[in-house]
Design a protein around this ligand. Structure first.
Ligand code: PLP
Length: 385
């Protein structure tokens, strides 16, 4: 027996996890698999990091995050009577990933049950497994919004519920009424609500993404996660944040500094610059995604065997297909036809029969990729007749 044997929780994680290890697309293949903007990080952000490095900002930062950055983030949180946010309410983290890990590992213990409406971003369940908790997957309704009756049955006695809004992988935006209905369900319970708002600025016309912090019946029990990754095309910079009830923030800060130490100082200076960008810089990026979303909807409209609920936010289409094969198999078939997508099963049991496509990619790749998907799954449909 070798001493280099991972702890049982790693074996458990490997057994459970459906998250694929992603590499670059092979030659000739187009990737609609990655959940990251193809757009460049805005120049003022890059310049702020360079200036910080040249100015000698190369040492540890405050472990909760640079006070300037935390103050700037706190100033953007929705205030309400009795709640004025300050830097102490915010922890800067190693991306939203670091924030989610810190919250789950700090607040979930062995045997605790965590409700995850699914299909859901696959990190959540993996983190719960890592914490020794029990994942309670609750399927979404057919419209990919919450099934409130199913949630009402699952939530009593749960420790936590985690969701993203706008949602990865479904592209759904949970409406104000849905959030209010959830508030009514949770009234009087001890469930901690984790709202992952990584895509809060990426919303399409006709839809409004309300932060959980603006919902009176939810905000006292809600931990809110944000990131610079998607809004500012900063996935490689690794900077995110969390906020919520003080006990949760303090516990998550302790966990995060134990695991990660402080976030890179120059990167945090760049994050301050990102917050200072004019709104039109973000709006221009959202407009780019909006046009690509139109392209996806138009391309797939009326294609037999493929069904898409138009994305309301984020940059994903969650495509249902009729071919009678598991999504991981269909993903392999499509990879052979040189288009990479993600299997719906990665995101939970009811993701089966779906593919997630990302439109955070060039229009050319998008057209090519969609044509390959339609070509393959359309043919499939004819074969079945
Ligand atoms: C819903 C959601 N939350 C969190 C993350 C992780 O973001 P970050 O790059 O900030 O770690 C992602 C990335 O795809 C995501 O889709």
């Amino acid at each position: 027996m070798t001493a280099a044997r991972p702890a049982p929780r790693i074996e458990e994680l490997r057994r459970f996890s459906r998250r694929p290890a992603l590499g670059p697309a092979p030659p000739g293949a187009v990737s609609l698999a990655m959940g990251e903007p193809d757009l460049p990080t805005p120049t003022p952000v890059i310049e702020a990091a360079v200036a910080a490095l040249r100015a000698g900002d190369t040492h540890y930062a405050d472990q909760k995050g640079l006070p300037e950055l935390r103050t700037a983030l706190a100033g953007r949180l929705p205030a309400y009577p009795g709640r004025a946010w300050s830097a102490d309410d915010v922890v800067v983290t190693h991306g939203a990933t670091g924030a989610l890990a810190a919250i789950v590992l700090a607040m979930v213990g062995p045997g605790d049950r965590v409700v995850i409406p699914e299909p859901a971003y696959s990190l959540y369940a993996d983190l719960v497994v890592l914490a020794g908790g029990t994942v309670d997957f609750v399927p979404l309704g057919r419209d990919l919004h919450w099934d409130l009756d199913a949630l009402a049955a699952a939530l009593p006695g749960a420790t936590m519920m985690i969701f993203s809004n706008p949602s990865n992988p479904t592209g759904i935006v949970h409406r104000e009424e849905e959030l209010e209905a959830l508030g009514a369900l949770l009234d009087g319970s001890g469930v901690l609500l984790v709202s992952d708002e990584a895509y809060h600025r990426l919303v399409y016309p006709g839809h409004v993404a309300r932060s959980v912090l603006t919902i009176e019946s939810l905000r006292e029990r809600a931990v809110c996660v944000g990131t610079f990754s998607k809004t500012y095309a900063m996935t490689g910079w690794r900077v995110g944040y969390l906020t919520g009830p003080r006990e949760v923030v303090d516990a998550a800060a302790h966990l995060h500094r134990t695991f990660n130490g402080s976030v890179n100082t120059a990167v945090q200076r760049a994050a301050v610059a990102a917050l200072e960008l004019p709104d039109r810089a973000v709006e221009a990026m959202v407009e780019t995604y909006r046009q690509r979303r139109e392209l996806v909807i138009t391309h797939l409209a009326g294609v037999p065997g493929l069904h898409l609920i138009p994305p309301e936010g984020a940059f994903y289409g969650f495509l249902r297909y009729d071919a009678p094969r598991p999504s991981e198999e269909v993903v392999r078939e499509l990879a052979e036809r040189k288009v990479l997508v993600r299997a719906g099963a990665e995101y939970g049991p009811s993701g089966e029969g779906h593919l997630r496509i990302s439109f955070a990619t060039s229009v050319d790749d998008l057209r090519t990729g969609l044509a390959r998907i339609v070509g393959h799954l359309g043919v499939d449909r004819h074969r079945r007749r």
